[in-house]
Design a binder for this molecule. Structure first.
Ligand SMILES: Nc1ncnc2c1ncn2[C@@H]1O[C@H](COP(=O)(O)OP(=O)(O)OP(=O)(O)O)[C@@H](O)[C@H]1O
Ligand SMILES: [Mg+2]
Length: 586
């Protein structure tokens, strides 16, 4: 056999040898320092461990050219300055057992030596009761060590990154990508540590400046802006869970805003993200995701932080328990919100534009408000009180107190209410009522099926047939009882009583079966109840009498939630204050 494989040839001639210190330290550093992001992460974690209250971070060219971190923390003792650049030198633990009572972010004693192995790092530090010193390392070698004047705290500058491992430079993202990752990191830390003031300057532009007041919503607002923060609800459970989560009026198309920290350490955990998603299921539209930041405080004995070199993953001793707790606390928080979304004109914070928007939406678009009025009258633009009146109010709505005044497009019921005008989607409202009644009957184990005098036979295609048959028992719980007749048809003997009085029962059953293929169903019980509720509900563009509208609203007021089972809102409110403001009446 011809051995021309390059790897096998190389191996034939190789013997085991110890790597030189220089190579070994570069390889070890690679575990900890992969990019400017990992340097910033390690440096700010050190600043946080040193009880800093202000941390200033400045980067150039996404951190590739320069990273500087300045803190006002405890500082480093002059005698320790050289030692901290040696591997495994740490002030944070003494033995492996300390890992199980860890209160700091660092513990390995690897960050500074790793940074110094791949860059030029200059560190100036001063403890409150000793003099300041400066030390500098370049690619692992000490090049400076002297007394230096500095007030309390630590200043670190990192330059010449990866000059000695050019291959690594090639793997870095663009400057914009690197600085955006750093921005996300600092944003996350500023929410976990709202009592610390973080400032991030990127290429001389201030990207982040948090207040450091200790209030999580203020920190959140400085990162995500007022509009999102106004929809955030605080969540809390004993001393274990704290954080914020968005109400159901706001969502995004990806999961990137669902975040967690454990004992004030940022962690990634897809199962906990799924717990949050599950808590929102049915409350927001499918494939939309909330803004959530949850801080978990847990006995360090119940977790292991030492499972990933970058310390971003941790192991919970009982992950299922944490999953359940998160799911419960998020679900309880969002279902107790004052959840009727308001029609909010605050979107771009600019009064004249908002005015024109409502103007063109509600009235003949030819009748324009004279723009010049607003241009001249700057008081309107700057009147904070006026603009703040667009905010969500906490007032609770009692639907029984509303009065139906008409139905728009045979679809939306319009009501007056002391808090403003309510607009109710007739199909969505009916769906919600039916959905809750189905679930209630199911809980009470009521017989919710209605036997058919004449069974219905339906032909179906193969893929739906298999799915239908495999979930036969779940369908049966909801009163839909069928058997296989042959390979492609079923015989239905009983149907859910809630649709037994519908006009076109056959058509509705066909629609349910058709829908099976159009969606990826994860929770069959939920899906079937939602589907039956939908098919049993009055459709949009069906004429309802005022009495029927009132009956619908009365039943809706007894519902636990006011979203349809697919997560779409059922009610919207145009608050009275918004109306007053739009007419310039306070
Ligand atoms: N900004 C700082 N303020 C005060 N002390 C610091 C600062 N940065 C580093 N130190 C000291 O230097 C030591 C070494 O820091 P280094 O980041 O290398 O390791 P660590 O934080 O102990 O562990 P890890 O490798 O997990 O980060 C720390 O234990 C701490 O005593
Ligand atoms: Mg550290």
């Amino acid at each position: 056999m011809v051995k021309n494989n390059r790897n096998s040839k190389n191996l034939q001639n190789t013997r085991v040898k110890l790597l030189g210190e220089n190579t070994a330290s570069k390889i070890a550093a690679g575990e900890v320092i992969e990019s400017p992001l990992s340097i910033v992460k390690e440096l700010i974690e050190n600043s946080l461990d040193a009880n800093s209250s202000i941390i200033n971070i400045s980067i150039e060219n996404g951190g590739i050219n320069k990273i500087s971190v300045i803190d006002d923390g405890d500082g480093i003792h002059p005698n320790d300055l050289e030692l901290i650049f040696q591997r495994f030198a740490t002030s944070k633990i003494n033995s492996i057992n300390d890992l199980f009572q860890l209160t700091t972010l660092g513990f390995r004693g690897e960050a500074l030596p790793s940074i110094s192995a791949v860059s030029k790092i200059n560190l100036i530090s001063k403890k409150i009761d000793s003099s300041g010193f400066e030390i500098e390392f370049f690619n692992g070698k000490k090049i400076k060590h002297k007394v230096s004047a500095i007030s309390k705290g630590t200043n670190i500058n990192v330059t010449n990154l990866f000059e000695n491992i050019p291959a690594r430079l090639k793997f870095l993202g663009t400057s914009t990508q690197e600085s955006s990752k750093i921005k996300t990191l600092i944003s996350d830390y500023s929410i976990i540590y709202p009592n610390v003031k973080f400032v991030l300057i990127s290429d001389s532009v201030t990207k982040i400046s948090t207040p450091g007041t200790g209030d999580i919503l203020e920190a959140y607002s400085s990162i995500h802006g007022n509009e999102i923060t106004e929809s955030m609800l605080k969540l809390e459970l004993d001393k274990m869970i704290s954080g914020v989560t968005s109400n159901t009026s706001i969502a995004r198309g990806n999961r990137s805003n669902i975040k967690f920290s454990v004992n004030q350490r940022i962690i990634k955990n897809s199962s906990l993200v799924y717990a949050v998603e599950t808590a929102y299921s049915g409350l927001i539209e499918p494939r939309r995701f909330p803004f959530t930041f949850i801080n978990i405080k847990i006995d360090p004995k119940l977790i292991d932080v030492n499972v990933h070199p970058a310390k971003t993953e941790i192991k919970f001793r009982d992950e299922r328990e944490i999953f359940r707790t998160i799911l419960d606390v998020v679900r309880t928080t969002i279902t107790h919100q004052s959840s009727i979304p308001e029609i909010n004109y605050k979107k771009n914070n600019s009064y004249p534009e908002n005015f024109n928007k409502i103007n063109s939406n509600l009235y003949d678009s030819n009748i324009k408000t004279p723009k010049s009025f607003f241009d001249k009258n700057d008081d309107f633009k700057n009147n904070k009180e006026l603009n703040n009146n667009f905010n969500l109010t906490e007032e609770k709505i009692s639907l029984e107190e509303s009065k139906v005044i008409g139905v728009l497009d045979n679809t939306f019921i319009i009501c007056t209410h002391k808090s403003g005008i309510l607009i109710i989607d007739q199909h969505g409202a009916h769906e919600r009522i039916n959905f809750e009644s189905i679930l209630e009957d199911l809980k009470k184990k009521k017989n919710i099926g209605q036997s058919l005098l004449e069974p219905i036979i339906i032909d179906i295609n193969e893929s739906k047939f298999t799915k239908l048959i495999s979930h036969r028992l779940t369908f049966k719980k909801f009163g839909l009882d069928f058997e296989e007749l042959d390979d492609t048809s079923i015989i239905i003997r009983s149907i859910p009583s809630i649709i037994s009085t519908s006009k076109d029962i056959y058509g509705k059953l066909i629609e349910i079966i058709e829908d099976i293929d159009s969606k990826k169903i994860t929770d069959w019980q939920y899906w079937i109840s939602a589907e039956i509720a939908c098919k049993a509900s009055v459709k949009a563009r069906t004429k309802l009498t005022i009495n029927e509208c009132e009956e619908l609203i009365k039943n809706l007021s007894n519902c636990k939630e006011i979203h349809d089972p697919h997560g779409r809102p059922v009610i919207m409110r145009l608050p009275i204050n918004t109306i007053k403001n739009q007419f310039h009446r306070s």
